[in-house]
Ligand binder design. Structure first.
Ligand code: BES
Ligand code: MN
Ligand code: ZN
Length: 494
């Protein structure tokens, strides 16, 4: 871990981090140092032209100076700033620098104030330091020398900057928690394990309940049981209740697919990349990551989390193509493909959530391969019944760069999942596969305003990206929803 502070001077630090733009443009703090001989020599060498994220370290008597390229300043966005912080963090974590004074909030960023910049930088540093290497027992692991970061700001900005650090920190820690859950292999991260992780989230205003198989049978979550019957591991049905606001306020329900390994069941998947189906619980990881961040920030809002968790395997008792499953809600599902299991377990979770009469429902699921084809890794698929929720999610996606893109849910698509012998079938064919999956879910939310996020393409990224230096789970959805909730809180109070 790293501790993050706000300060008005850099004197207590062993290292100073300064930006260098194209054509050696310096920020005010850089200008203040440019007369020092070693800085002047460095600048006159022209060795560094401000290339994005390129670093050079100079050694003075008291402090190191790390110059980092910020690229073309006129093009700097919040996401670029976040990515810059993530790249620097990964680069300097073993460099010997311990306490680093960061002057990057001096950079001009399009449409961003000091608070946006400090939050993005805080997120970037913590997200960029993320590793998942506990299982690499033979590698020489260098110790992280980097211990603390101080953002240097004007006296007048100290209070807002401190708030922004707290938010950025909570969001990034929640995101890294979601990444950890996603990256844990299927033999560790089982339904039981997800339940334990939920119970370990402790906060005075949080109640967590984990149902085992017997309790699930008693409650009547029969669709969840159908998917799980091919596995020797018991399913879990996890609920989380966070009461940060008035007791009478209807909560926002967050529902997450917790399929801890998806082999496809009897409609088995091809062997290639099947290992990646350990990530099929990333919807539930997003929900748990959001709860972690929201409880850390004590947000004044009520939340209900619902996570159905199971494996989808093959075996003598596995559910089969052709089976008809009666759900918790009473609707019947004709199972045409056992690999379309996410919607089946979500049907019970959504019906349960709707029954609690929440103000709205947002669900997260690695639901369809078709969404990966449609949007790739750059945007989460967005569907649902509530224009207001969808618009707010698009805005939060832009702001946080945890982006979403809407797909249509025209009524005609619903016909694709009507069954001749049951109420609905669990696949609507190859055409518009992401949308017909959402149509299936829509049958279980009653008239509660609802949005669905298909994170199949965004939840993991084997190559890594700007802010996920190591490949694997990205924590998609956490930054998006924490911003969405904060926006909701501030407009409700306005
Ligand atoms: N978990 C998968 C979706 C998935 C596939 C996510 C690839 C990320 C990458 C889901 O359970 C599934 O298998 N969906 C099927 C549905 C089909 C059988 C209608 C799919 O997308 O192929
Ligand atoms: Mn599947
Ligand atoms: Zn799945």
């Amino acid at each position: 871990m790293i501790s993050i502070h706000v300060n008005t001077t850099a004197t207590h630090c062993d290292t100073v981090l300064l930006s260098l733009g194209k054509a050696q443009q310096l920020s005010p703090s850089g200008v203040a140092l440019q007369k020092q001989a070693h800085v002047a020599h460095f600048l006159s060498s022209n060795d560094h032209q401000g290339e994005f994220a390129k670093t050079r370290t100079l050694y003075g008597e008291q402090q190191r100076i790390i110059f980092v390229g910020s690229g073309e300043e006129s093009k700097l966005t919040l996401q670029k700033l976040r990515a810059l912080a993530a790249k620097i963090a990964a680069k300097i974590k073993h460099s010997g620098a311990k306490d680093v004074a960061v002057h990057l909030a001096e950079l001009d960023v399009v449409d961003a104030d000091i608070s946006d910049k400090i939050q993005a930088l805080s997120e970037g540093f913590i997200l960029g330091l993320y590793t998942f290497d506990a299982y690499q027992t033979c590698q020489d692991k260098k110790e992280q020398t980097l211990q603390s970061i101080s953002f240097i700001v004007n006296q007048a900005d100290v209070v807002v900057a401190e708030e922004a650090v707290a938010i950025g920190q909570a969001v990034a820690i929640g995101t890294n928690f979601a990444r950890d859950l996603g990256n844990e292999p299927g033999n560790v991260c089982t339904p039981e394990y997800l339940g334990e992780q939920a119970l370990a989230l402790s906060h005075p205003k949080l109640k967590v309940n984990v149902m085992d198989k017997a309790a699930i049978e008693k409650a009547g979550f029969t669709a969840l049981l159908a998917v799980s019957q091919g596995s020797d591991k018991e399913p879990r049905f996890i609920t989380l209740q966070y009461n940060g606001a008035n007791n009478n306020d209807a909560p926002i329900a967050l529902v997450g697919k917790g399929l801890t390994f998806d082999a496809g069941g009897i409609s088995i998947k091809p062997a290639a990349a099947m290992d990646e189906m350990k990530f099929d619980m990333c919807g539930s990881a997003a929900v748990l990551g959001i709860f972690k961040a929201v409880t850390a920030l004590n947000l004044p809002i009520n939340l209900l989390g619902v996570i159905p968790s199971s494996e989808n395997l093959l075996g003598g008792s596995a559910y089969k193509p052709g089976d008809i499953v009666t759900t918790y809600k009473g609707l019947t599902i004709e199972v045409l493909n056992t690999d379309a299991e996410g919607r089946v377990i979500l049907s019970d979770a959504l019906a349960y959530a709707a029954e609690q009469k929440p103000a709205e429902i947002i669900d997260f699921a690695t639901l369809t391969g078709a969404c990966v084809i449609a949007l790739g890794a750059q945007a989460t698929g967005l569907m649902g019944t509530s224009t207001a929720i969808k618009q707010a999610l698009v805005a939060s996606g832009q702001k946080t760069h945890d982006r979403v893109w809407e797909m249509p849910m025209f009524e005609e698509y619903q016909e694709q999942i009507n069954s001749k012998i049951a109420d609905i079938k669990n696949t609507g064919g190859r055409e518009a596969g992401t949308i017909t999956a959402a149509c299936f879910l829509s049958r279980f939310v009653d008239d509660i305003p609802w949005a669905h996020l298909d994170i199949a393409g965004t939840a993991w990224n084997m190559k890594g990206n700007d802010i996920s230096p190591v490949g694997g789970a990205t924590g998609a959805g956490v930054r998006l929803i924490v911003d969405y909730l904060q926006h909701k809180i501030s407009t409700n109070n306005a």
